[in-house]
Design a protein around this ligand. Structure first.
Ligand code: FAD
Length: 275
């Protein structure tokens, strides 16, 4: 088995991985280092550093080419290419992203509990996001960064929960050493806070699954069945790239399961050949 990895995981911007039992608080870099060290103990696995840029062939006879000019042959392919966040175009957000501005309350909500937060979102997702965040703090303010897309009934939910909604565009975010201090709006409003949750645009980690003919969902993930199989025979997908549950432990679990599915198929095929 060959692992081709260009080494740009989605959580590279953040300082700690949370919610990965036995590794809570570890840096993303250290988690990957340990994973690589443990995998390296198995001589049947090799690493091909680089970016896969082309996949050709069919089930049992694939070829993968990297930008660095290497060519690998494979009977099966597992795309664990992740998803990428396209951060919002707000001055100052990049400085705090992954340090005090996060995308997932289940990853970083505990660390920001009971703090004054700003939630940046404007539409239907806000109605999912706001109740979630209220489980960790009731001191949060919503900045919709332009006119909101809420119904009157939805605005009423915020009023009843005493959560302020500001719809003036965000001018900039002030911070110190990655920790947000305040969000400044165009109309002059200043919202002091120590953390931010926002919803970035998510795009697939690689165009390769689409290029080889894999079906893609409307939210950009690869369509797979319960066994991680795509519609293209011999091609599988796991992790963020093939799921709406975006957490490291869930990605690892799905990857382990789909790897077993592939291994089982290869062993069964080899076994039947001898009949
Ligand atoms: C700010 C932030 C904080 C987060 N915090 C947490 C947290 O605390 N806890 C948690 O559980 N989750 C957290 N997550 C989510 C977590 O990062 C993802 O769920 C997890 O990384 C998914 O793992 P994956 O292996 O599917 O994808 P990734 O970790 O993104 O790995 C995909 C890999 O594939 C490589 N790749 C892609 N295309 C190619 C190609 N063509 N050729 C070669 N290599 C390629 C990439 O470079 C990358 O190394 C966070 C995410 C963000 C953005």
């Amino acid at each position: 088995m060959t692992i081709i990895d260009e080494g740009r995981p989605r959580n590279a911007v953040t300082r700690e991985v949370h919610g990965f039992l036995t590794r809570d608080g570890i840096t993303p870099r250290e988690l990957r280092r340990i994973a690589k060290e443990e995998i390296s103990a198995y001589p049947s696995v090799s690493f091909g550093a680089g970016t896969a840029v082309a996949v050709t062939g069919t089930d049992g006879q694939f070829q993968i080419e990297t930008a660095q000019g290497q060519i690998f042959a494979a009977k099966k392919i597992l795309f664990a290419v992740g998803m990428k966040d396209e951060p919002l175009d707000i001055p100052g957000l990049e400085e705090v992203y992954g340090k005090s501005a996060f995308v997932c309350p289940y990853c970083d909500g505990w660390e920001l509990r009971e703090q004054s937060l700003v939630v940046i979102n404007k539409g239907a997702e806000l109605m999912h996001f706001a109740p979630l965040i209220s489980g960790w703090t009731n001191r949060f303010t919503v900045c919709t960064n332009g006119p909101d897309e809420l119904t009157d009934a939805e605005r009423e939910e915020f009023r009843r929960n005493r959560v302020s909604l500001y719809d003036s565009p965000i001018l900039h975010i002030d911070s110190s050493d990655g920790i947000v201090q305040q969000v400044v709006l165009e109309d002059g409003t200043i919202v002091p806070c120590t953390g931010i949750f926002f919803k970035p645009e998510l795009v697939t980690g690689s165009k390769l699954p689409r290029t080889i003919g894999c079906q893609i969902t409307e939210w950009g993930t690869v369509v797979v069945d319960d066994f991680g199989k795509t519609n293209v025979p011999g091609i599988y997908s796991a992790g963020d790239a093939a799921s709406r549950t975006h957490q490291a432990v869930a990605a690892a679990s799905m990857g382990a399961f789909v790897a077993a599915v592939i291994n089982n198929e290869l062993n069964t095929k080899a076994w039947r050949k001898n009949l």
